[in-house]
Ligand binder design. Sequence first.
Ligand code: PMP
Length: 397
Amino acid sequence: MFERVDYYAGDPILGLVDKFVADSNPNKVNLGIGIYYDEDSKLPVLECVKTAEQRIADPISPRPYLPMAGLPGHRLACQNLLFGKDAAVLQEKRVATIATLGGSGALKVGAEFIHEWFPASKCYVSDPTWSNHIAIFEGSDVEVGTYPYYDTATSSIKFDEMLAFIAKLNKHDVVLLHPCCHNPTGMDLTHAQWDELLDIMKQRELIAFMDIAYQGFGQDMDHDAYAIRKAVALGLPVFVSNSFSKNLSLYGERVGGLSVVCPTAEEAERVFGQLNYAVRRIYTSPPSHGGRVVDIVMNDEALHQQWVGEVYGMRDRIKAMRLKLKSVLEANVPARNFDYITKQNGMFSFTGLTPKQIERLQTEFGVYIVSNSRMCMAGLNVNNVDYVANAMAEVLK
Ligand code: PMP
């Protein structure tokens, strides 16, 4: 009966975790999956989240279904963070926002919406991108293409090629962009480059789909949202999928949001209705616990401040690890240039290591990085950074 069902080989990144767990090397280091670990290699529970959890637990309250779009406070939190609290676009009620099951859920609902209402549109993702971008859009029957983005040979963005490619796309094609902390390369456009790119997208009448999973890990909350706000200012149609998995360290709660910026409030209401309908057809409504944490932390002035500080603490620790990794590598492999390590933003570094070198890191040193050479900097700490740097130096020699 089910013999013709295709075998699923598993997700390459999640599969790496299983391999890591099974490895008996006492020095093993997991730099595969995009998760932030603290100085003691532990998944942190943020202090602001602890406070919110205590408020939720006392008194323990009933659990009704949430609205299809999630908690109003969760939705408001997404809007304020992405567009700025006093943004005109919010006052004009031109943004349709729903709470989603993480950033992945936002991408899925967004892809379903595109498929339904822009059936002729193709979606273009950066080469390379987070592999699930392609899977999610294709899974919703949206045709996916790639635009030039990263040049491994020079560890830089092929900006001119990217612009030239995007200038040839068709009206209402979707361009999936990473406003900050590009996954997997860590290389982001400058503000001037965003201005140039978004101008072209406006002229070509393209749709910007901004996927922001690491807000606060790049420069700061506002700087990281520059591309989103600029696209809004130019009057582009903008979809934003955002994730709280990393910046609230709430991976398993599945909290995120999908926002669609429309030309008028009336259109935003229509879009909001269709987003609700998409949710109804897939999972009816989101779970409540994570949404309540988001609501409490983001909408309480003091907790919000504390949260921002905690995110910047994570950001700074990663930056310190980048510096340390770079300095050990420079000392051990003087012939090579490692400037890319500190030029990249966010959790990831695209190392450019070859499949053979990646394999050696794993088998000889128990250092796990993704097969496309992406290394998660947030898995480094003072106890393992020298070990990882020396292992890298060894395979690079
Ligand atoms: N977009 C990007 C670029 C990501 O890196 C991730 C997480 N790896 C997501 C979306 C999905 O986020 P979530 O885990 O909240 O579904």
